[in-house]
Design a protein around this ligand. Structure first.
Ligand SMILES: Cc1ncc(COP(=O)(O)O)c(C=O)c1O
Length: 306
């Protein structure tokens, strides 16, 4: 259970946590059309709170709305502002932000173009997404029997509510089988990503991740890690690969706002490298934490002070 906070932002104004309610005929609840984001704010080494890459997250939120052809009734700037306001009002110096743009109640049936488009933002405290120890020791993963969305069936570049049934099925399957996380392939057998995170491998000193043309979400953490790797002089390839290259990787890790940079120590009961976080993973994890909450101020454009 997440810890209740004081306020939630609904359609342009703050309301009390318990008053943020919707009707059971909310269209998105029935059919899953809606956009959402996951954003983290951190307290930095200098004691100030900053939201990490807020503009990029809100851009993806509005891009997702464009992909699914819904028109938010709130502006980009309003949502940006509201994220900071929500943290301040709740007295959160660190936390996770969840903006959701969804189709409200009115008409039913899949074609309901005139239902109101509603926006809410919730903030809460959230620790290590894959559990204590995951960031230090790495996680055990399983290749899912579920295949990642095909771009002719869904919109992998959108963070679309209904698409997450695919992630939930994969995650449940992995957890039921005793693993921490699922890895999804595409219909051709190329490695895509985890249920809610992008994936990287390291082979002979080169960092490799599936390209944006793959059926993956264009992760903001993925982009951050690619930039930090390039700045550190680590060779980088964005290239498709199948599960055999993943099994034979020297290192592997997940990236995501929720998982941050989490090492993968096992895939399908095969150890990755030495079965513990490798040196490039550890280096990039440290650089990531320095950028989001440490003293690395070399990317001021990534930080929105609260
Ligand atoms: C399916 C999926 N892939 C990747 C990611 C990582 O994206 P980001 O780094 O922007 O959080 C997420 C999380 O939003 C996700 O849901």
């Amino acid at each position: 259970m997440l810890e209740k906070e004081k306020k939630i932002w609904m359609d342009g104004a703050l309301c009390d946590w318990d008053d943020a309610r919707v009707h059971v005929l909310t269209h998105s609840l029935h059919y899953g059309l809606g956009a959402f984001e996951g954003i983290r704010a951190y307290r930095r080494a200098n004691g100030k709170t900053a939201i990490f890459r807020l503009h990029d997250h809100i851009q993806r939120l509005f891009d997702t709305c464009k992909l699914i052809a819904i028109e938010p009734r709130v502006s980009f700037e309003q949502v940006m502002e509201a994220c900071g306001e929500l943290l301040r009002e709740n007295g959160l110096t660190e936390g996770y932000l969840r903006p959701v743009i969804f189709v409200g109640d009115g008409a039913m049936g899949v074609y309901a173009p005139n239902n109101p488009i509603r926006t809410t933002i919730v903030a809460w405290r959230w620790g290590a997404y894959l559990g204590a120890g995951a960031l230090d020791n790495g996680v055990r993963t399983k290749i899912s029997s579920w295949v990642r969305h095909h771009p002719s069936i869904a919109l992998p570049k959108g963070k679309i509510m209904g698409q997450y049934t695919n992630s939930i099925l994969a995650k449940r399957e992995a957890r039921t089988a005793g693993y921490d996380e699922a890895i999804l392939l595409d219909v051709h057998g190329h490695v895509c990503e985890g249920s809610g995170e992008n994936l990287f491998i390291v082979k002979d000193g080169t960092l490799i991740t599936p390209p944006l043309s793959a059926s993956i979400l264009g992760g903001i953490t993925r982009d951050t890690v690619l930039r930090l790797a390039r700045e550190s002089g680590i060779p980088v390839l964005e290239q498709p690969f199948a599960r055999d290259r993943l099994y034979l990787a020297d290192e592997a890790f997940f990236t995501g706002t929720a998982v941050e940079v989490t090492p993968i120590r096992e895939v399908d009961d095969r150890s990755i490298g030495a079965g513990k976080p490798g040196p490039i993973t550890k280096q990039l994890q440290a650089r990531y934490f320095d950028a989001v909450k440490g003293s690395d101020e070399t990317h001021p454009e990534w930080l929105t002070l609260v």
